[in-house]
Design a protein around this ligand. Structure first.
Ligand code: HEC
Length: 205
């Protein structure tokens, strides 16, 4: 009898563990799918809108694009999910504008991504659980890389366009976003989704 109860307890225990792991895998897959969708959206904007803005307005065009990008991506993701609790932010340790300075948790993930690149490994986007005002928030971090075309505003002093360099000094006294190389991590796009929204989305899949 005792052995049977013991066995039953183990079965229940393993069942609970298995279901927890399953929830984690489902949550990761959900966020990974959303990350993939948003990365594609970002790449389209970068290729089309950023290029158009710079062609038409030069430095001011890029300034406007990157200043508003997180607002546009937040709007797109909210529309896509029909959920107004999700939020997207553009964050970088090498920030130009102070408003893109990462919080400690995002800074930790960005450093991990950088270490990954130094080791020559591919960055696998991370999901981290954050707690704000007693609310659990899932966060997914999409890496953004520096391309050759970015160097006229983010490269070394020989690559920066001189008139842009003057504007950078004037507008961004705290600028850290120069001296980058092609392939360097430029920053991350952070998707923040409350646990409640994740539960709803996982259950409705
Ligand atoms: C014509 C100049 C210009 C070019 C080209 C440019 N940027 Fe920037 N970038 C800026 C400016 C100006 C800002 C600051 C925007 C703001 O005020 O929020 C910025 C900000 C950013 C930010 C937000 C974080 C921060 O540093 O404040 C990211 C990420 C970024 N750029 C990535 C890129 C990438 C990737 C490319 C190439 C595909 C690129 N930029 C090309 C001018 C440029």
């Amino acid at each position: 009898m005792k052995a049977r109860v013991f066995l039953l307890r183990w079965v229940v225990f393993l069942g609970v563990i298995a279901s927890c792991l399953a929830v984690h895998a489902e949550t990761y897959n959900l966020l990974d799918d959303l990350g993939f969708w948003l990365k594609y959206r970002y790449q389209t904007l970068e290729q089309k809108e950023l290029t158009n803005f710079i062609d038409q307005k030069g430095f001011e065009g890029a300034r406007f694009f990157f200043s508003d990008l997180d607002r546009w991506l937040t709007f797109d993701l909210r529309e896509y999910l029909h959920d107004w609790h999700v939020k997207v932010s553009l964050l970088s340790l090498k920030y130009r504008d102070l408003k893109h300075r990462p919080d400690p948790l995002a800074a930790k993930v960005i450093k991990e991504y950088q270490e990954c690149l130094v080791r020559g490994e591919k960055v696998m986007p991370r999901v981290v659980v954050d707690k704000r005002n007693k609310e659990l928030i899932y966060r997914y971090f999409i890496p953004i890389y520096t391309k050759k075309s970015c160097l006229r505003c983010h490269g070394n002093k020989y690559q920066l366009i001189p008139s842009y360099a003057t504007k950078i000094k004037a507008f961004y006294p705290e600028d850290r976003a120069v001296g980058l190389k092609e392939g360097d991590l430029r920053g991350v796009i952070s998707i923040d989704i409350p646990a409640q929204s994740v539960r709803y989305l996982v259950s409705s899949q």
